[in-house]
Design a protein around this ligand. Structure first.
Ligand code: GCU
Length: 404
């Protein structure tokens, strides 16, 4: 694959809608290898083709070799969150690869649930101890992005992202929340693969070898493997969710793994929900330059030639059909291209239509802080790149209506 573009260090993002240009999108119903798709059945049959296009050109191939997992139960706190939830920790070990560190899963299950609870599965950015202010959660012992203590977590980061995880509200609404540090699966830096699952699975000589986003997505499916064994969780109602780079991973996970009942993309942006063919905010070239470990090397060959990409991200979103999908943007997060995320969600309509389902519906680009759509929903919240109470409120309503 070509080297990274030398022009990228001086990259200047376009934020002028009139300079986005025209960008005919590949038609999900017209796979180049076959006849026009006119039925849900034919779409189902073409899923493998499209998934393989994303594997070959964007995220890399997800290894299909089954991996033996060992679930080691950890501490259970029956009255966490003021008695409203049971808090559990479970470590997922890889029996065939004893040198690999486990994925440490943290789960809160509502105590008033009369049956197995539906769940949000959402990886976190800085260790399980970051999502909660509880003093007794162990600090992550993995590489973290913060350089403060030589990439080790400190007490300072406890609860650092708790604001993005309204645990009380989620369990009060009857949902379990399941998380793990994405760095347990692969630390997020170019050499991180050497200590994660990609050190033992995949083929680094191939241009379609998987990247970190593929590994994080794979990890989400392994956590779902565990959830299928946990009687307190309704594994048929687990929603794949993620913010930003983790949103990219959540979408790729849900596209590949139909066990996820729905998907939520919070500002997943370029390489996630937004259309690659729109030159607005981050671009494929910039993404590959800044994060060379996230995607297959093959993706770089489109750095300066996005129209040659055989797919665009609306086809990734379409692979989530006929399941419910929520795509969310933030007004100030222009880097993620809010309008590109909306148009991508809208372009799934023909595929949802094959199932006689309304996707986003006839909605025009909505006013801020307004949730639109039916089986595919969208909002653009005021404010920055973030996960805020408004976002969660919409996701809980969406889950109540379409998942619960
Ligand atoms: C960077 C990156 C985005 C990504 C974001 C995040 O801004 O360019 O593609 O989504 O980080 O993960 O917060």
């Amino acid at each position: 694959a070509p080297l990274l573009s030398a022009a990228q260090p001086t990259f200047v993002a376009n934020y002028d809608e009139s300079k986005v240009g025209s960008y005919p999108l590949p038609d999900p119903l017209m796979p180049p290898n076959g006849a026009r798709i006119t039925s849900a059945k034919a779409w189902e049959a073409s899923r493998g083709y499209w998934l393989n296009q994303f594997a070959a050109h964007v995220y890399g191939q997800t290894p299909t070799r089954p991996v033996r997992l060992r679930f080691q139960p950890g501490e259970v706190v029956p009255s966490a969150l003021g008695g409203k939830a049971t808090r559990k920790q479970v470590a997922i070990y890889f029996a065939d690869y004893p040198a690999l560190p486990p994925i440490n899963v943290l789960i809160y299950v509502p105590n008033n649930a009369r049956k197995a609870a539906p769940a949000f599965l959402n990886l976190n950015f800085c260790g399980n101890h970051c999502i909660s202010t509880e003093a007794d959660l162990p600090l992550s012992d993995r590489w973290v992005a913060s350089t403060a203590d030589n990439h080790r977590a400190t007490e300072k980061s406890r609860g650092a992202q708790a604001r993005r995880w309204p645990l009380d509200t989620i369990v009060a609404r009857g949902y379990a929340i399941v998380t793990a540090y994405y760095g347990d699966i692969e630390p997020d830096h170019p050499a991180g693969w050497k200590t994660g699952i990609r050190s033992v699975l995949g083929d680094t000589t191939r241009t379609d070898n998987w990247g970190a986003i593929g590994a994080w997505a794979w990890g989400m499916s392994r956590i779902l493997d565990y959830l299928q064994t946990d009687p307190t969780i309704d594994a048929k109602r687990v929603i794949a969710m993620g913010h930003s780079r983790i949103g990219k991973a959540a979408l790729w996970a849900a596209a590949q793994d139909k066990r996820f009942v729905a998907a939520i993309s919070n500002e997943a942006g370029e390489g996630g929900a937004s259309l690659a063919r729109r030159t607005y905010g981050e671009t494929v070239g910039r993404l590959n330059y800044a994060f060379p470990h996230w995607f297959a090397r093959q993706y770089r060959s489109y750095n300066e030639n996005v129209p040659a990409l055989p797919v665009d991200q609306h086809i990734l979103l379409s692979l989530i059909a006929t399941r419910p999908l929520y795509v969310a943007s933030a007004e100030e997060d222009r880097w993620s291209d809010p309008r590109g995320e909306f148009l991508s969600a809208k372009a799934t309509e023909p595929v949802y239509g094959l199932y006689r389902k309304t996707g986003l519906g006839p909605a025009e680009y909505p006013a801020v802080n307004t949730s639109v759509g039916k089986n595919v929903r969208y909002h653009v919240r005021t404010g920055p790149h973030d996960v805020q109470p408004f976002d969660w409120w919409q996701y809980l309503n969406f889950a109540d209506a379409l998942v619960k």
